[in-house]
Each structure stands twice: as structure tokens, then as C-alpha cells.
Design a protein around this ligand. Structure first.
Ligand SMILES: [Zn+2]
Length: 445
């Protein structure tokens, strides 16, 4: 097989959490979808294509460790008239109404709009948690196909829940199992087992999920855990000390699992996550929006938490900045905060590299502009007001680079150049999204 060799030159490369974090006027040599070298002198050898980036600045393609692409058409959606007062009312009156109204066409419009938004923000890997109970069979394949068309890495999961009855529960479980069987050997897709949350799954349902998982070679759950205190109260009601103890009781925790939110977990729950080596993901803008509280600093540090947006947005630089500001508003001068740069550029890279390496035996490295990593880059046309150095990277990233990248590369191919999508028509996708959003909103209002 002939492997395309690409050279990028005149590029300032920032790996925010590597040492060194900055390489000015760098050359990035790429073979196929993988970075071969990053150097300050021109590498030898023949290249099929050479791109002069004229002094632009590159960050690693970013990773969203928890997203709901199915909410992409909800941006701007009119809210229910009787103003939901708590977490359960938000779910019941907004999200559980909207997801039921999604059909195949509106689901596809969500995927396209959400993926385009992500790519345009330099987010090149998405760990998605999907829900469309009226369109289940084939929905995860549609997501994988749509991501492939745009060149993104996608992790799939369909939300399993009891809330829409037995038939939808079974079909949702089967959709996850089918995707795990179909995509486990596909390098740019990582299929997971999507659980909505402990409080919408009975003991019998958890047992069925575990039995089905037991027939697979490899699996990991992707589940909302302890997002609101109501989830913990439900677990207590069902006779367990905590949500995580309940999941452990049903043998659903392992090193491939993703624990989302975990706002109200106890120290013993934190130890359970560490014991099983599961991944933990924090979603600050969503938590603030839902008024469910704030994950303690020490839990985020101890669990090497990743960063997700929970469907709130597709821009990870904005999520990191908002996370920092939300937390700062609760701190007094001099108190330690959380290093959101580390969550986004170190912990997310570790989580995605581990998951996407997965069961097919090949190692896949994501989240750095370094040799052997997948060539996913977000390139900004950025003139810093202060020189970029180790000590100014944080400020330059979260306060300077918060606009959109001008060029985005995934797997060694440009998907966006000069702010324009190359492989698909953004205008068509947007026009279709507007049409589908109107239909969707009228269906559920
Ligand atoms: Zn979520």
C-alpha cells in the first residue's frame, strides 16, 4: 500500500502538557494518518505534499470526552412554559420530550450539525452518548458513517433506560451490542455500552445488560453517575450505599468504563473508580446550567478527570475557560483551582488513546502533536500579544485562542482550510438543520 507523505512547515506547535510545550517554526512530517516527526530542521526524504503554514499556531486536535450530538438542534429551542425547577423536571420536560421526537432525518441533521460544529472548533475526537428512542436500530451506524464522512474519531453509545418501556429498553441494548460487534475492529470508531443512569434502570435491567455484555470480548459502560443528588437517593432507596456500589454489585465497572459527572460521590466511591481503573469525566458548563453542584477539586485531581461538554457546546477551549471561571467564582483569592489545561490536553488524551486503542490490538495515540500520534491538528491564525512561552501558554490558549481555528487536519488530511469545510457543504448541512429543527420543535411542543 502506498502511504501518502505530507510535510507541514512554518508552524508553531504547542503541546500544552508536553515538555517542551512549544516548538517554534516547526516541521511536522506525516505518513498516512500518523505523525512521523516534529522538528526544528527540515526532515530529509521525499514528500507528496508540502504545506507552508506561514507562521500559524497549531494545537493538538481536541477531544470531547462526553458529548450528546443528538442535542445539536436544541440550540435556541424555546423552553417549556412552566420553567422546570430541578434536575428531574429538566429531564422530563425538556430532554425526554425532545429525544422521543427525534426520527431518522432529524437525528441525521443533529449528527451533521454537531459534528461540523465540533470540527470547526478544532474538536477532532468525540466520545458521544446518543439517545433517539423513536429511531434506535441503525442509529449508531449512522453516527459512525457521518463521522467517517467528516473524518472525526467517534465513540458510540446508545442510552439504555427503562423510562420508555421494555421494548425500547431491549432495542437500545441491542443497538449497543450490534455496534460493539460491528465496530470493535474499526480504528476510528470506539463503540461503548451506553447506560442512561442508575436511577432509570431497575435491578433486572442492570442484570440483563451485564448478561449481554458477558457475551462480548471487550466492553465498557458509558454512564451518567451521581449527576444530581436524586441519583444517589434513588440508589439508597433501592438498597445500595451509593450509585457506584450499585454498579459494582452488578459487575458493570471495569477499566474500559466511563463515569460521567460523579458530583456527589463519596470517598469510598472514588476508591471504587480507582480500583477498577475506570475513566472519570467532568462537564462544568452543563453542571452549572443544571444547577446540580460542583465536582470537588480533589476528586478531579485524584481521578485524573477528563473534560466533556455534555451536549452544551462543541468548543473545548470554551468549555475549559468556562469551567475555570465557574470554579473561580466560588473561590477566594489565593485558593487553588483546577488545572483545566491538564484536563483538556493531558487527561483527555490519555482517556481517548486508551479507549481508541481498544480491543482490536492496534495502539492508537490521540491528543498530542508528537511522533506516533494520529495527525489531528487545530491550526490558528494567531498573533500573540505576549510571546508564547512555557509560562504564558495557559493564558494564550484560554484567553487568546478562543476563536475558531482557520485550518483543521484529521488523520493527515485537511478537513478545513481558511475556515471552509472541504469535504461537505456547510450551507446544505445548515439549511437541512433549520428545516429539521422546525419539524422537531413542533413535534414536541
Ligand atoms: Zn450527558
Amino acid at each position: 500500500m502506498i502511504v501518502k507523505k505530507t510535510l507541514l512547515k512554518n508552524l508553531h506547535v504547542i503541546n500544552p502538557c508536553a515538555d517542551p510545550a512549544l516548538l517554534e517554526n516547526a516541521y511536522v512530517a506525516i505518513a498516512g494518518d500518523t505523525i512521523e516527526s516534529v522538528s526544528s530542521s527540515e526532515p530529509s526524504g521525499e514528500f507528496d505534499v508540502v504545506h507552508d503554514l506561514c507562521g500559524k499556531t497549531a494545537l493538538p486536535g481536541m477531544i470531547n470526552a462526553h458529548h450528546h450530538l443528538y442535542s445539536a438542534l436544541a440550540v435556541g429551542m424555546p423552553l417549556p412554559k412552566n420553567n422546570p425547577r430541578n434536575f428531574n423536571e429538566i429531564l422530563e420536560q425538556v430532554w425526554w420530550e425532545m429525544d422521543l421526537a427525534l426520527d431518522r432525518d432529524s437525528t441525521q441533521a443533529c449528527f451533521e450539525a454537531g459534528l461540523v460544529d465540533s470540527l470547526k472548533a478544532g474538536t477532532t475526537t468525540i466520545i458521544d452518548h446518543h439517545c433517539s428512542p423513536s429511531y434506535i436500530e441503525g442509529s449508531l451506524s449512522l453516527l459512525a458513517e457521518t463521522s467517517e464522512k467528516l473524518g472525526l474519531n467517534i465513540s458510540t453509545a446508545f442510552e439504555i433506560s427503562d423510562r420508555n418501556g421494555q421494548e425500547i429498553f431491549e432495542a437500545s441494548l441491542q443497538e449497543n451490542i450490534a455496534a460493539i460487534s460491528k465496530f470493535s475492529a474499526t480504528q476510528y470508531v470506539h463503540p461503548m455500552l451506553g447506560l442512561h443512569a442508575s436511577f432509570t434502570l431497575s435491578d433486572a435491567s442492570l442484570r440483563k445488560i451485564r448478561d449481554a455484555a458477558g457475551k462480548l470480548d471487550s466492553w465498557g459502560i458509558h454512564a451518567h453517575v451521581s449527576e444530581d443528588k436524586a441519583d444517589e437517593a434513588d440508589a439508597l432507596n433501592k438498597g445500595y450505599n451509593s450509585v457506584l456500589e450499585r454498579l459494582e454489585e452488578f459487575d458493570l465497572l471495569n477499566e474500559n468504563g466511563l463515569i460521567i459527572h460523579g458530583l456527589h460521590i463519596k470517598d469510598s466511591d472514588l476508591e471504587l473508580i480507582q480500583k477498577h481503573g475506570s475513566q472519570f469525566v467532568h462537564n462544568p458548563s452543563s453542571n452549572a446550567n443544571n444547577r446540580v453542584g460542583m465536582t470537588p477539586n480533589q476528586n478531579l485531581n485524584k481521578l485524573k478527570s477528563g473534560l466533556g461538554t455534555d451536549g452544551m457546546q462543541s468548543n473545548m477551549l470554551r468549555e475549559g475557560k468556562e469551567g475555570m471561571l465557574i470554579r473561580s467564582s466560588h473561590l477566594e483569592g489565593g485558593e487553588d483551582s483546577v488545572d483545566y489545561m491538564q484536563l483538556l490536553f493531558k487527561n483527555n488524551a490519555e482517556i481517548a488513546s486508551k479507549l481508541f486503542s481498544g480491543s482490536h490490538g492496534s495502539s492508537r495515540k490521540l491528543g498530542y502533536i508528537l511522533p506516533k500520534y494520529q495527525a489531528d491538528l487545530a491550526i490558528f491564525d494567531y498573533l500573540p500579544r505576549t510571546p508564547i512561552s512555557e509560562s504564558t501558554i495557559f493564558g494564550n490558549i484560554f484567553f487568546g485562542l478562543s476563536g475558531l481555528p482557520c485550518d483543521v487536519m484529521t488523520r493527515g488530511e485537511f478537513r478545513i482550510r481558511d475556515y471552509q469545510l472541504l469535504d461537505v457543504s456547510e450551507q446544505e448541512i445548515k439549511a437541512n438543520a433549520v428545516e429539521q429543527a422546525k419539524k422537531l420543535w413542533s413535534n414536541f411542543n
